[in-house]
Design a protein around this ligand. Structure first.
Ligand SMILES: Nc1ncnc2c1ncn2[C@@H]1O[C@H](COP(=O)(O)OP(=O)(O)OP(=O)(O)O)[C@@H](O)[C@H]1O
Ligand SMILES: [Mg+2]
Length: 257
């Protein structure tokens, strides 16, 4: 086994263990011993399949890791996908200047519009499920070492042929040097609670969860940040009706106390 193939545990959640293997991630849905084996296998298999399908769809329209079609070394409970080598927004959003935070939230809004216009509900829109990759001019990455990480992020994407449509068009011009994206990107991960729906209610709840996440984790500027998302969201297909429903969801939340 070469060093790059060594498995390293990146994260261990209640549902899944995330392993890093070279430039790939393996999301392995773990056994639940309190369920009988047959049922547990069924549930884990169903959820893995559903998440893979959603990732396949989402990665065609927004920045999201493309699940590997190579099933040779992946099993029914695993998803293999490229490692997004960036900064988890839950830990880093607050470190940026406010202008950049707003820009990032605008990008988040753009991606939600695209998902919802395709009737994809993410189901867990928190900044823990978003990874930021820098652009060339990103001040946060001008320190030595961080430049390197920006380059690495890009080459990881390239070696996986995991370029989304927008990335592809940005990278066709010159292949001479390793390309650092011109545009900073926000990758959405973790579609484990996602589903397909055209209901306004489901889209409104998706927005509500994001609002709650910003309020809880990024409380200093959460109102400004959520406003950026909503400004973008107004470009979505049924935004007026969905935002009306969003108000109802909010009220319901308040009365629950
Ligand atoms: N493609 C990826 N590239 C980089 N890191 C990833 C990737 N997928 C997952 N991770 C890391 O693993 C963590 C957990 O992954 P994910 O959110 O998909 O699993 P989860 O079981 O739903 O975990 P949680 O309950 O913490 O949300 C992420 O927060 C992220 O740090
Ligand atoms: Mg997660």
């Amino acid at each position: 086994m070469t060093p790059s193939q060594k498995l390293k545990i990146l994260s261990q959640g209640a549902e899944a263990i995330i392993l890093k293997k070279g430039i790939s991630i393996i999301k392995d849905r773990i056994k639940k011993s309190y369920r009988i084996k047959e049922l547990d296998d069924k549930i884990r298999m169903r959820r893995t399949k559903s998440e893979t399908k959603l990732l396949e769809k989402a990665s065609q329209i927004i920045d999201a890791p493309i699940p590997s079609p190579d099933q040779r070394d992946s099993r029914a409970f695993q998803i293999k996908m490229p490692l997004i080598d960036g900064k988890k927004l839950s830990e880093h959003l607050d470190k940026f200047p406010l202008k950049k935070q707003k820009q990032i939230c605008k990008q988040i809004g753009e991606s939600i519009v695209k998902l919802h216009d395709s009737n994809i509900i993410h189901g867990d829109l928190t900044t823990s499920n978003m990874i930021y990759t820098p652009d060339k001019k990103d001040s946060m990455f001008t320190k030595r070492g961080d430049e390197k990480s920006a380059t690495k992020a890009q080459s990881t994407m390239r070696s996986h042929k995991a370029l989304t449509t927008s990335q592809r068009s940005a990278s066709t011009k010159s292949d001479a040097k390793p390309l650092i994206p011109n545009k900073a990107r926000v990758y959405f991960i973790d579609f484990g609670l996602g589903f397909i729906s055209q209901r306004y209610e489901d889209k409104a709840v998706d927005l509500h969860l994001l609002k709650q996440a910003l309020e809880a984790k990024h409380f200093k500027n959460w109102e400004i940040l959520f406003n950026e998302v909503i400004k973008e969201y107004k470009n979505s297909k049924d935004s007026e009706k969905i935002l009306k429903q969003f108000e109802k969801v909010e009220k319901r939340g308040r009365y629950k106390g």
